[in-house]
Design a protein around this ligand. Sequence first.
Ligand code: ARG
Length: 434
Amino acid sequence: MMKDLIWKKAGKGESADPAIMAFLAGEDVVLDKELLLFDLQASAAHVRGLQQIDILSAEESTRLLGGLQKIQQDIVSGSRELDSKFEDGHSAIEFWLTEMLGDIGGKIHTGRSRNDQVAVALRLYMKDRLAQVQSICVQIAEVLLARAATEGDIPMAGYTHLQSAMPSSVGLWLAGHAEAFIDNAELAVLTSQWLDASPLGTASGFGVNLKLSRQAVAEDLGFSRMVVNPQYAQNSRGKIELQALSVLSACTLDLRRLAWDLSLFMTREFGFVKLPARYCTGSSIMPNKNNPDTVELLRAVHGVVQGAQAELAAVLSLPSGYQRDLQATKPPLLRAFEKGLQALRLLPDLLGGIEWQVERMLESITPEMLATDLAMDKARQGVPFREAYKTVMDESKGISRDIVAQSIANRVSPGGCGQLETGLLRARLETLKN
Ligand code: ARG
């Protein structure tokens, strides 16, 4: 049974139809659990704002803040739960406050609506999750660069079109994936700055007839500015979420490619890499199998995020102002961040656990793969590159593998195997630590 609905007017006793109420709630109460701590944080800032403009007395404000703090502690300790008794997390907060403090509880909703309440909680949520994405991307890049520093010289066949191309190195592969996650950490920072605005105090989308201290409340919550226009506070719902998801999507896209590489490298045909047993599983029927399931499921996460992006975008065909459809933007957002972050968190340890099969990697470099370096050597000595290109193929056949390491070390164009420029990447990484 649902608690009394906060919008039920005195004297009007029409009871809610359970099937309709269940449909309206959807997954909302479950999802609001994730948002509840942010909602409580914003509610406290709102109380302080109301006190500033004398809507609440100091005593009322102290009592409300105490109540909010108690609710927060109870939620964290697990002694209080948001459940389907409530219409949503926003109503639950007011219900609990009123239960605890009496009529003063009903004062908290002065000057706000659930419309700006959910919008502010979501912006706080996205800032939090983007900060997590940022820090995990930094950790991933750190592991990759640390390994590039110690094992970067190990030769690895390089491929284009999945055909043998040139001798490359473990360092080039590692630093390449590191740069991707540095880019992603930066994208998280930029996107977080872009959505760093408080919609609180825009109420139902039209403002209120109170001189709310919106900017001070925004700063209290750690926002750098306010969403100025109340209509836009609602119209930006979903649009903001899509950008937050696009950051996650960039990460999981890079993750997918990395996972693809690993699953190929782990085949018998490549044989470049082994992963610790904890990442692999056996087959229920084929006793000989050792399958890279973790890597494969990591590869699948981008599909989850893409699905969420499509689902979210599909909701956003709406006129201006709050529409209840916007509630349907929450499930894809929350689901994608949960899955995406869970996957990304596995990466630092997994990448740290890669065991290079050095012998096998060297064997996979065939003499013709040195032809390009050979042609470039001649070009450096003045032979027109196109002429060198034509002659080296035959010469390369006789080349011994012993020169592979030298050939890789000589690739000194900035960023190349012999000049990875990890210093430049590190310098950028340092600026992205949060
Ligand atoms: N669950 C709602 C949402 O996510 C909260 C806002 C409800 N507002 C309303 N006017 N019914 O959009």
